[in-house]
Design a protein around this ligand. Structure first.
Ligand SMILES: NC(=O)c1ccc[n+]([C@@H]2O[C@H](COP(=O)([O-])OP(=O)(O)OC[C@H]3O[C@@H](n4cnc5c(N)ncnc54)[C@H](OP(=O)(O)O)[C@@H]3O)[C@@H](O)[C@H]2O)c1
Length: 285
């Protein structure tokens, strides 16, 4: 069984997967720590996910990360869910335990918070009035759980598809969440000190995010989860207006820390060289 093998093999399952930065990140950390092992991209169609996951122990995998579009389906397929993944109904990390069973967890929310805390240590004071979350997809779910756990007083969710924002709010059943209309997003900026874009707007090949950022109060924090490009139109404007601007690479790196530990048995060092390596990989065509 996989738990008994000496190989340190892990990977990331998604569809498509060619553009994932995770292999670059884990291989960089492996090499730097002088550890034997590998981390491979696994392109798995949705129809083959169950079969692929079931084969992981026999193939000697210590575990895998799970990415779009499989996070929710994987939560239904693993043998056991850690509380964070059970609460979100989504898995981004599966480890193979010593008996060859698949244990699912979700480190996206932790990654988001670690990134925010490193970039803006006083973000909680700045966000005292509340936060505005744009989007209600998979990433929004993890960010919302993290912000609630961190004690943010009020969280407005604005999503193009209003029903999806309402469903997300209902998932958490927390009176601090307010589902708002997509057209209210600019007006809501006056009421918050933290803005988080979890939509795909502003991403390469996607339309820009239209927002009246002049309405956001001084000293606010703006986070964009999009990391292709690293400096989105939203972040550029936030920086120009003097807000603290946080890009999506930090979340990507910090969500991978518990994964690397689970796969290879030691914590990686998150430092400037890690970010420089990924930035270089992002800049390659
Ligand atoms: N930095 C990181 O570590 C990290 C981690 C996860 C995700 N992300 C990034 O976060 C983004 C979202 O990922 P996801 O997995 O949450 O995707 P998802 O589940 O597909 O959700 C996409 C979201 O974008 C909204 N959207 C898409 N096109 C739109 C448009 N034209 N106008 C307004 N809203 C639009 C969707 O609204 P509807 O509900 O109306 O369709 C939905 O809220 C991606 O850019 C992804 O790369 C980054």
């Amino acid at each position: 069984m996989g738990g008994k093998t000496k190989s340190r093999l892990a990977g990331v399952i998604g569809w498509p997967i060619a553009h994932s930065l995770s292999p670059h990140l884990h291989r960089f950390w492996l090499k730097r720590a002088g550890l034997e092992g590998d981390y491979v991209p696994l392109a798995v169609r949705p129809s083959a996910l169950a079969e692929a996951l079931a084969a992981l122990p026999a193939l000697g995998f210590r575990g895998v990360n799970v990415t779009v579009p499989h996070k929710e389906a994987a939560a239904r397929l693993v043998d056991r869910l850690e509380p964070d993944a059970a609460r979100l109904g989504a898995v981004n990390l599966i480890r193979v335990d010593s008996r060859g069973r698949l244990v699912g967890s979700n480190t996206d929310g932790r990654g988001f918070l670690a990134s925010l805390e490193r970039a803006v240590p006083d973000w909680k004071e700045r966000a005292a009035a509340g936060a505005l979350l744009l989007g209600a997809g998979g990433a929004a779910r993890a960010v919302l759980g993290a912000l609630l756990g961190a004690g943010v007083r009020r969280i407005h969710i604005a999503n193009r598809t209003a029903q999806r924002a309402q469903r997300l709010a209902a998932l958490f059943e927390d009176e601090r969440i307010v589902a708002a209309g997509w057209s209210d997003r600019s007006a809501l900026l006056k009421e918050v000190g933290l803005l988080v874009n979890t939509t795909t707007l502003g991403m390469e090949g996607q339309p820009p995010l239209e927002l009246e950022l002049s309405l956001l109060g001084k000293g606010s924090v703006v986070v964009d989860l999009v990391y292709r490009p690293l400096c989105t139109g939203l972040l550029r404007e936030a920086g120009r207006r003097g807000h603290a601007a946080v890009d999506g690479l930090g979340m990507l790196v910090h969500q991978a820390v518990p994964a690397f530990e689970a796969f290879y048995g030691q914590a990686p060092v998150v430092d400037a060289a890690t970010f420089a390596h990924l930035t270089e990989a992002l800049e390659k065509p």
